[in-house]
Design a protein around this ligand. Structure first.
Ligand SMILES: Nc1ncnc2c1ncn2[C@@H]1O[C@H](COP(=O)(O)OP(=O)(O)OP(=O)(O)O)[C@@H](O)[C@H]1O
Ligand SMILES: N[C@@H](CCO)C(=O)O
Length: 302
């Protein structure tokens, strides 16, 4: 039986749309074993009542993809999912499922695929690398697609960085949150994001939290998605006033994330209160940056 632990992720980090993401210390677990026949899928935890238990499950689909590539397949498969990452909230639940399925299936057939090959496959499944890269590699990962190959640079999260996430009680699928984005953007907005992303990466590498306020600014996706998340701009403003060094939409939302080095209790309170004042109930938690990516906890060879 293979057991893989996969972290949650916060993608985009403001301006780094589809190319920057960071792993967080919150985990899903994927267990997989070969059985004599059939497909058995059990799900516990977040989304247990919604996640399909048949061959349309994305963990199963990821595993199938590995078996097809390496042309080796167990006769039957048992999968058990234990989910702590909330579904469709912007914390990388689908990336964790995909990465967990790929890694577990690869191990089940003797690990023929390299980490790089798994990353390329995970990106092909998700459509963009910003969640799957940190879920696989840990830390903060900047990714660039070169055709089907994903180039990555990993940055260790700066010492002392803390994250407060406000997780609304409603779901927002990545698909729906991408549908509100424009097909084209102006040169001015492109340059705006280029400059902010460059500052963001420099700030993260230098551990300069004061640069985060400008380095997390974005014009490519957040302004369009604000309409889907009541109170988003007010929560951002309140968190900044309470001491957050920077704020962003986590992934495609609706979770909002504040980055700070102190005042965590006050920032959490104002984020919750401001969401509530705008009619949104939410759960606010501190999630630490995670330097480590997906990890195999047990392995028994076939
Ligand atoms: N453990 C899981 N097992 C199977 N399917 C899952 C699992 N976790 C998530 N999913 C599928 O992925 C969907 C959520 O993916 P979606 O990309 O919309 O949001 P997200 O990954 O949570 O957020 P984001 O990509 O913005 O960080 C769920 O509705 C479900 O269909
Ligand atoms: N970059 C992606 C992350 C969510 O999957 C988006 O914002 O749509």
């Amino acid at each position: 039986m293979i057991r893989v632990q996969v972290p949650a992720t916060t993608a985009n980090m403001g301006p780094g749309f589809d190319c920057v993401g960071m792993a967080l210390k919150l985990y899903n677990f994927v267990e997989m074993e070969a059985i004599e026949q059939g497909v058995v899928i059990d799900v516990e935890g977040d989304g247990a009542d919604k996640i399909p238990r048949d061959k349309s499950n994305i963990v199963y689909l990821a595993a199938e993809r590995v078996f097809k590539i390496v042309d080796r397949k167990p006769a039957g498969l048992r999968i058990k999912l234990t989910n702590n990452i909330p579904l469709a909230r912007g914390l990388g639940s689908s990336a964790a499922a995909t990465v967990g399925g790929l890694i577990a299936a690869n191990m089940l057939v003797g690990s023929p695929l390299s980490e790089k090959e798994l990353l390329n496959e995970a990106t092909a499944i998700e459509g963009h690398p910003d969640n799957v890269a940190p879920a696989l590699l840990g830390g903060i990962v900047v990714s660039a697609k070169e055709d089907d190959d994903i180039k990555t640079v990993k940055i260790q999260p700066p010492a002392g960085m803390k994250c407060v996430v406000a997780i609304p009680d409603f779901q927002l699928s990545t698909k729906a949150a991408r549908e509100v984005l424009p097909q084209n953007v102006s040169m001015e907005d492109a340059v705006f994001n280029l400059s902010r992303t460059a500052i963001l990466v420099a700030a993260l590498m230098r551990g300069d939290f004061d640069l985060l306020s400008i380095g997390l600014d974005d014009r490519l996706h957040q302004p369009y998605r604000a309409n889907l998340i009541p109170g988003m701009k007010k929560v951002f403003a309140a968190a900044r006033l309470a001491g957050a060094k920077g704020v962003a939409l986590s992934g495609a939302g609706p979770t909002l994330i504040g980055f700070c080095d102190e005042n965590i209790g006050l920032i959490a309170k104002v984020m919750k209160d401001t969401f509530a004042a705008n009619g949104v109930r939410c759960r606010v938690v501190e999630l630490e940056p995670n330097p480590v990516g997906a990890t195999a906890l047990e392995k028994i060879s076939l």
